[in-house]
Design a protein around this ligand. Structure first.
Ligand code: HAM
Length: 425
């Protein structure tokens, strides 16, 4: 038994899984380029206060899920539990408001949340995160949602649905929250204990409770759409119009309330069938008050995050083929000490000429080395034995075709370079 294991809720990504990750990364590069988003990387460590203020006290993330610790200098730091607050911190810190608006940014990196691990839910996951900052226009909501959907299309997904809602703004939401709390007042006996707590700490969250006993209560709850202010209603209607014009299907889901406090107006998720209960491929929305909350000037914004582990699970679940990992093309095989020195020199020359090549180590029989070549999946074994050494030649054994030829060393190298020089590295 090994002495150590990966920490609960974290996972290793072994070489076999990387082709899926490369495939997702390719799609990220493509859509961000199509939509004009530039990359930004922020540190994994931030001051704890950033999230307490940004994501909000009373949210599950801040109350229960952050990896928070004191560093050796006595500062309270937190491993980022989401991207948005840190990116807005960077936006302010670097005076990015002077850039043409909207400022379009994306990031990819690890996120940490102390959640109950299950399929598709980890304590460390990797997010592709998109933010568009500095513009109120509902057409920007349309852009960000379109980017998410085009990303999933690019990945080849089927069976996903856009879920949409508006959670109002500080002008209209408090009124809705009090209507909701009123509605729940005489239902306390029938709802779950979590919802009783939610009604105290974060009432909107009762709407996405999964407990059986709460479902009939939620079904009868007042709909936030009936309580939006004119501004929020007009914004939502405008967004629906853009989506309708584009023929994009959506479900208006009055129970979609999201777990972070900064959202205003539009919230959305994309759900997929088949990967279990953790079915949100992405989640996001508008956060028109967040930058102000962090001490900046009033600045609207909208974005989303998408967990790459879930995307990979979905690719596997939907049986989507991804390009296989490239294998080295050439293996150098040698018989005897002098031949080995020659092989070690040749493999180095090939690599410097951009040909992916391997050499065997130790002193092994021809048979063993040929078996190694087959296992490595190379196309050609370059064999150097005593005779080849004497004639300054090498033998090329084409493993897939089962043919072999002997060529002068330089000619062989030239042939390998012509055939196998890396084109995409
Ligand atoms: P979120 O909904 O908390 O939003 O996370 C976004 C996405 O990250 C989820 O839809 C899911 O795909 C993935 N995800 C979240 N938690 C886990 C987990 N424990 N394991 C695996 N995947 C997970 C946010 O984080 C917002 N900051 C998104 C945003 C950006 N809103 C505006 N801008």
């Amino acid at each position: 038994m090994p002495r150590f294991k990966a920490v609960r809720g974290t996972k290793d990504i072994l070489p076999e899984e990387w082709p899926y990750w490369y495939y997702v990364e390719r799609a990220i590069r493509k859509v961000t380029r199509l939509y004009g988003y530039e990359q930004i990387a922020t540190p994994i460590l931030e001051e704890t206060g950033l999230y307490v203020r940004g994501v909000g006290q009373g949210t599950d993330i801040v109350d229960k899920e952050m990896y928070t610790f004191e560093d050796r200098g006595g500062r309270s730091l937190t491993l980022r539990p989401e991207f948005t607050a840190g990116i807005m911190r960077a936006y302010l810190e670097h005076g990015m408001h002077v850039r043409p608006k909207p400022v379009r940014l994306y990031s990819v990196g690890p996120i940490f949340r102390y959640e109950r691990p299950e399929a598709g839910r980890y304590r460390q996951h990797t997010q592709f995160n998109v933010e568009a900052i500095g513009e109120q226009d509902a057409a920007l909501d349309f852009e960000v949602i379109s980017l998410a959907l085009q990303f999933f299309e690019e990945l080849g997904f089927s069976k996903y649905r856009l879920q949409l809602n508006s959670t109002g703004c500080p002008k209209c939401r408090p009124n809705y929250v009090s209507v909701l709390v009123d509605y729940y007042r005489d239902k306390r006996d029938v709802i779950c204990d979590d919802c009783k707590r939610r009604l105290e700490r974060n009432p909107l969250r009762v709407l996405d409770c999964k407990a059986e006993q709460c479902q009939p209560v939620i079904a009868g709850a007042p709909n936030i759409r009936d309580h939006l202010c004119d501004d929020c209603r007009a914004h939502f209607d405008q967004l629906l119009q853009y989506l309708n014009n584009a023929g994009i299907e959506y479900d208006i889901n009055p129970r979609l309330v999201r777990g972070l406090d900064y959202y205003t107006k539009t919230v959305f998720e994309v759900w997929v069938q088949g990967i279990g209960s953790q079915n949100a491929l992405c989640g996001g929305g508008r956060y028109d008050g967040l930058i102000e909350e962090l001490g900046g000037p009033p600045t609207p914004g909208i974005g989303f995050g998408s967990g790459i582990e879930r995307l990979v699970l979905t690719l596997q679940e939907q049986g989507i083929d991804v390009p296989p990992a490239p294998k080295p093309d050439v293996l150098l095989i040698h018989l005897g000490t002098e031949a080995k020195a020659q092989a070690v020199r040749l493999v180095s020359e090939l690599r410097h000429r951009d040909v992916p090549a391997l050499v065997t180590y130790g002193q092994k029989s021809l048979r063993t080395q040929l078996r190694d070549a087959n296992r490595a999946g190379v196309q050609v074994a370059v064999i150097i034995g005593e005779e080849e050494l004497r004639n300054e030649a090498v033998q090329l054994k084409w493993l897939d075709k089962g043919v072999q030829e002997t060529l002068p060393r330089e000619e062989a190298v030239q042939k390998l370079v012509e055939l196998f020089t890396l084109k995409d590295a």
